[in-house]
Design a protein around this ligand. Structure first.
Ligand code: UD1
Ligand code: UDP
Length: 353
């Protein structure tokens, strides 16, 4: 059985790391890299250190406005699908690479597998919300990570082909946390010790593209006075420079790091401050308090369980949470057993078209 998997952005490489090596044992899986992310520290590093199979096709699309970027991907992916004639096309998450892959396949009547289906922020201004709703509605197999995602799909009339397999990022964390501990030297390099720093990431468009929000976030990080490590996405680097924002000496900005360094930092930090989807979940898996600088989250379980707090881009709330948010409740088991990839293999094999 031939599966073409479309990838393009950092979190998709990390999800593929948890899936593709197992898939290779059962299917003829070919990876197609759209080139949405292209800097070495946003792309190559993950393929090298996580042993992800080399993409069979690299489309080199690069950055651009949503329409231009997604349209260019659609054109090129269609060519690959016409050549390869796969049995399935698989996409991850909610990026422009996701919608381009699912739409190209759906128009050619190739069944679509959507991994991390059913997530909703209920904020249609987010490009990711548009991408995930559209992808879910043209997918044949919808692998969802949580019961909330099953319910979200049901509310939109989607029940056929929906399987709660758990979260592939949980598979990844279970596999890579000890490897990261053994291999990563980032704590030494940055002269950090366990529990003496916070870890922060910022890249969400609604924060970076709005100077008021980005300034408030940076002001809160500085005003907290805490030692904060900030591996900065290139998008945010650009906007911080454009807006002329200065961060305090307590905030150490570094280039984006590879996944093993990231997991090591997540495992060793006191708390995590982020607007990332994946990082919110990793905080929960690793029992780190998470402060989410968004106005809502798709990962509502982590908030309901008391381990994640939504603070928007409100300077006072962010600072207060950095200093005072200390969850204590037992974490519940929302994200499956860490065997999502294995369950996906069986469900794909047994899928009746
Ligand atoms: C994309 C996804 C987002 C996901 C994120 C993961 C969409 C609409 N957004 O956002 O859902 O959370 O990836 O990180 O698909 N850039 C570089 N080098 C790179 C990549 C990007 O400099 O290797 C810069 C460019 O200026 C580019 C900007 O970052 O214009 C944004 O990149 P893009 O892929 O469009 O969106 P992300 O913010 O990365
Ligand atoms: N990540 C990483 N290096 C970094 C920042 C993030 O490896 O410098 C990892 C992080 O551990 C998680 C994934 O990237 O697995 C999340 O991707 P991102 O925050 O870019 O996107 P999102 O999950 O919000 O779509």
């Amino acid at each position: 059985m031939k599966i073409i998997t479309i990838l393009g952005a950092r979190p998709q490489f990390i999800k593929a790391a948890a899936v593709s090596n197992l898939f290779r044992q059962h299917f003829d899986e070919l990876l197609v890299h759209t080139g949405q992310h292209y800097d070495a520290n946003m792309s190559d590093v993950f393929f090298e250190e996580l042993n992800i199979p080399k993409p069979a096709y690299h489309l080199n699309i690069g950055s651009g406005n949503h329409g231009a970027q997604t349209g260019a991907m659609l054109t090129e992916i269609e060519k690959v699908l016409l050549t390869e004639q796969p049995d399935f096309v698989m996409v991850y998450g909610d990026t422009n690479s996701t919608i381009a892959g699912s739409l190209a396949a759906s128009k050619l009547l190739i069944p679509v597998i959507h991994v991390e289906a059913g997530l909703r922020s209920f904020n249609k201004a987010m490009p990711e919300e548009q991408n995930r709703i559209l992808t879910d509605h043209i997918s044949d197999l919808l692998f969802v990570p949580t019961q909330t995602a099953v319910d979200n799909l049901k509310n939109e009339g989607i029940q056929k082909g929906v399987f709660n397999v758990g979260d592939v990022m949980y598979d990844g964390i279970l596999h890579f946390t000890e490897i990261a501990k053994a291999k990563s030297t980032i704590l030494n390099t940055l002269e950090l010790t366990e529990n003496d720093f916070l870890l922060c990431t910022i890249h969400r468009a609604e924060n970076t593209n709005d100077p008021i929000r980005l300034k408030a976030i940076c002001a809160a990080l500085t005003a907290s006075g805490e030692k904060i490590i900030l591996p900065l996405h290139p998008r945010t680097q650009k906007y911080i420079a454009d807006y002329g924002i200065e961060l305090g000496a307590n905030v150490k900005v570094i280039e984006p790091v590879g996944y093993l360094d990231m997991v090591r930092l997540e495992s060793a930090c006191k708390k995590i401050v982020t607007d990332s989807g994946g990082v919110q979940k990793e905080a929960f898996f690793l029992a780190k308090p998470c402060i989410t600088m968004r106005d809502e989250t798709e990962w509502v379980e982590t908030v309901n369980n008391g381990w994640n707090v939504i603070v928007g881009a409100d300077e006072a709330k962010i600072k207060d949470a950095i200093l005072n948010f200390n969850p204590t409740r037992e974490r519940l088991d929302y994200f499956g057993k860490g065997n999502a990839a294995e369950l996906m293999v069986d469900l794909i094999k047994n899928h009746k078209k």
